[in-house]
Design a protein around this ligand. Structure first.
Ligand code: 5RP
Length: 219
């Protein structure tokens, strides 16, 4: 199966976590696009979705799915999103699509985080995928120096302005062996909006697309 077919498979499989009449948290990315398409085609009637990006909002609205503001809900039964990397404990790196801040906000509203990914995303230790960090523009250079002091290299993602009018640094050369401590540390650096390590808001379940079908990992 191609990577695209694996994404379709897990996007479809995620429907089992969606209850009719509920409000669903919806992430961002090519795998989530497959979920949105499957949801729209399923005929399952939900009360609405809380979206993590303009991109997903536009896709859902075009398919007739009602989109609610995060401020309109107190909690969500489930949040469905992809990942750039996931480890065996359910910690993730996210933000390849620059939507990490809103993704973390919506994930924080949810009782369960269902991660949908193809099997190439499962890693022993986070850090091979360049870590996205959303930053306030005036702090970017200082934050890059802090990463350099850790032996890593932070590069400004050219031409990208996030939905929150901020910038993205992509950080290479990290080995994130303690994701919780790393997330807590980097998140409090001045000018960091969100670090793309999801340890506090880690996955509850991962639906992994493999050549032999969907593998379910529970954390
Ligand atoms: C966007 C994300 C995505 O979930 C992540 O980049 C995975 O994307 P894709 O499903 O296209 O591989 O974090 O900010």
């Amino acid at each position: 199966m191609t990577q695209d077919e694996l994404k379709t498979l897990v996007g479809q499989a995620a429907l089992q976590y969606v209850t009719a009449g509920s409000i669903v948290g919806v992430g961002t990315g090519s795998t989530v696009d497959k979920f949105i398409d499957a949801l729209a085609a399923s005929g399952l009637r939900i009360a609405g979705a809380v979206s993590s990006s303009v991109r997903s909002t536009e896709r859902m609205k075009a398919l007739g799915i009602q989109v609610l503001e995060a401020s309109e809900v107190e909690s969500l039964p489930v949040y469905i999103d992809g990942a750039d990397e996931i480890d065996q404990q359910g910690h993730m790196v996210k933000g390849g699509g620059a939507a990490l801040t809103r993704e973390k906000i919506v994930a924080d509203l949810a009782e369960r985080f269902v991660c949908i990914a193809d099997e190439s995303k499962l890693v022993p230790v986070l850090g091979q995928f360049p870590l996205p960090v959303e930053v306030i523009p005036m702090a970017a250079a200082q934050i890059a120096r802090r990463f350099a002091a850790m032996g890593a290299t932070a590069t400004l993602r050219a031409g990208v302005v996030t939905d929150n009018s901020c910038h993205i640094l992509d950080v290479r050369g990290l080995q994130i062996s303690d994701p919780q401590a790393f997330e807590a540390d980097v998140n409090q650096w001045p000018g960091v909006v969100t670090v793309g390590v999801f340890a506090r808001n880690k996955a509850s379940v991962c639906l992994l697309g493999t050549a032999t079908g969907v593998k379910t990992l529970s954390f």
